[in-house]
Write a protein that binds this ligand. Structure first.
Ligand SMILES: [Zn+2]
Length: 349
């Protein structure tokens, strides 16, 4: 044996031992890494297996999988989601996710699957998928934002705020989201008295002007007089729909008749009689309707739609957080002149 191995005090022996140790550590790390990867893969597969989908809608499982299918099928799934055909897009995402092994290749698809569940209203499923992604990739900003939206919709404001912490650490500007959550949590708190609630909402408007539209709408629900007294005449254009669609019983004629802007709006609406002396107020649709009324045309109304300044999508109903990109403070009010219909049966309150 002495002839095969160098003696223990031989430098060659030490080098041999070190080399063997390095090899052992490398092999152990390799096998442990593979084992961990395999366990995670099994965990994800088990997790996805709990999500059922009606396969009869799209018989995609019979399609032989090829990597060249990933991109076109992802696009098809995305367009199904946009068109609201969620079951079909979920079938495709699950098919792709089940056939792709490395996490980094399917992270995007998992995110899309979670977002599809979010849009379809399956908040708990979406939450599970996003938590699964964050377990592997805790710095996934897009997923953190989506998770915040889920907790907000679930009225779990504590967890929603916790989701913002890593985003803030990563340098994201989350101030508006945090304030918006603060307001949502406040509005849901039933233990606060009506007087205290009104006082605090008026403070909110002064502190965070971007919440003006949302708070005015809330004030109209809680206390009509406080709402009328909180109106900012420089920002009437961004709440024109709220004022226009107020039920007649909620109008404060003392305030309306003492203000040229409000008088013009409710003259255009047909609540007040048109006067030749009525001035233009700088809101195009209102000035146009009043000019038409002065010319004898009274069968005119306003139609409202909404768009998002971030994703540019259009929506028929108002929102506090964009239904598509989940941005706050992004709503743009679009007013169009239309023919008056016999019955207007809705308000924004
Ligand atoms: Zn948007």
């Amino acid at each position: 044996m002495d002839k095969i191995f160098p003696s223990y005090n031989d430098p060659l022996f030490s080098i041999l031992i070190i080399t063997i140790l390095i090899l052992i550590v490398a092999l152990v790390s390799y096998f442990l890494g593979n084992y961990k990867e395999e366990k995670e893969r099994e965990s994800l597969k088990k997790f996805l297996g709990t999500i059922s989908v009606d396969n009869s809608i799209l018989d995609i499982d019979k399609l032989p999988f090829e990597t060249s299918l990933i991109s076109p099928l992802s696009m098809v799934a995305k367009s199904f989601t946009i068109n609201g055909e969620y079951q079909k897009s979920i079938s495709i995402y699950l098919y792709l996710i089940n056939h792709i092994q490395p996490f980094f290749q399917k992270e995007y698809l998992l995110k899309e699957l979670g977002e599809t569940y979010l849009k379809a209203g399956f908040l708990k499923r979406a939450e599970s998928i996003f938590l699964e992604i964050l377990r592997k990739h805790p710095r996934n900003r897009e997923v953190l934002y989506l998770l915040e939206t889920i907790y907000e919709r679930l009225n779990d404001y504590k967890r929603a705020k916790e989701t913002l912490i890593p985003l803030e650490i990563m340098g994201e500007n989350i101030k508006n989201l945090r304030v918006n959550l603060e307001l949502s949590a406040y509005l849901k708190d039933k233990s606060i008295s009506k007087e205290k609630r009104i006082e605090r909402l008026i403070e909110f408007i002064k502190r965070e002007p971007f919440l003006y539209r949302r708070i005015v709408r809330e004030l109209f629900k809680i206390d009509i007089n406080s709402a009328w007294n909180s109106l900012d005449m420089d920002r009437i254009d961004i709440i024109l729909d709220i004022l226009w669609l107020l039920p007649s019983s909620n109008l404060n004629f003392d305030i309306i008749s003492s203000n040229e802007i409000l008088k013009s709006i409710y003259t255009a609406k047909g609540i007040l009689h048109i006067e030749d002396s009525l001035p233009n107020i700088g809101i195009f649709v209102i000035d146009t309707i009043n000019s038409a009324q002065k010319g004898g045309s009274f069968n005119i109304d306003l139609n409202f739609s909404y768009s998002c300044s971030r994703c540019r999508d259009n929506f028929p109903i108002s929102f506090d957080k964009c239904p598509r990109c989940y941005a706050v403070n992004s709503i743009i009010l679009n007013s169009t002149i239309t023919e008056k219909r016999a019955y207007q049966g809705y308000s924004l309150l």
